[in-house]
Design a protein around this ligand. Sequence first.
Ligand code: ADP
Length: 241
Amino acid sequence: MTAILALEEVKVHFGGVKAVDGVSLSLRQGALHALVGPNGSGKTTAVNLMSRLVDPTAGRVLFDGTDVTRVPRHRLYRRGLARTFQGIRLLDDLTVRENVLAGLDALDLPDARKASQRRDRADAALARMEILDTAGLEPSALPYGVQRRVEIARALAGDPRVLLLDEPVAGMSAGERRDIAEVLHRLKGDGLTMLLIEHDLQFVLGLADHLSVLNFGTLLASGEPQTTAALPAVREAFLGG
Ligand code: ADP
């Protein structure tokens, strides 16, 4: 297996709280990996570890075969890691395109220094999310599901190799979820490696290539999605959560 991003025996302890407590996890290149678990099981902390927003108390983070445990996050993002957050983080006094450009500016990519190159990249990312027609609008004028797509477009503008999505469909209608599922499927077809955090197990089952289940900061199970979801321990954790 070619792992592009991996956690090796990582722990994140906040005082007495063991948010993540000895987890090893690797994302196979080109696969859509789902990370599920009840509330408080450590999913967001795991993504924060992978994107260098928190330092591990112990263990290592590897990206593309190198140890990035202490690498500043902007360097990691420039090497091809991107993420979205649980809540919407768009600037309402900017247009959709300007929001995407702001994400790109932060990366300061050598091949996107000209305004025209940056605009092309932003528009390509919006087109990938099928929302190029909203480029000149302000996010607050758009339905919630479209705003979430803008966030994914912003993450895609730097043309990342790995995209971490923290509950991208939370709060979406059933129709919006179906649409996003299609878009994620297509991104996978383009070869993008993704980690999808979700607490709705059903949503990820039709979509993910690999399922990992966290519970109380530890990895309860990891493997083929249907088989993993059917394990008694996994079912129990979800009934309890
Ligand atoms: P999930 O995403 O699965 O809901 P989190 O990773 O957000 O879980 O949280 C895991 C545990 O770590 C929870 O008990 C949470 O309260 C705790 N936690 C997360 N971040 C912090 C922090 N910055 N300080 C203290 N406790 C935290």
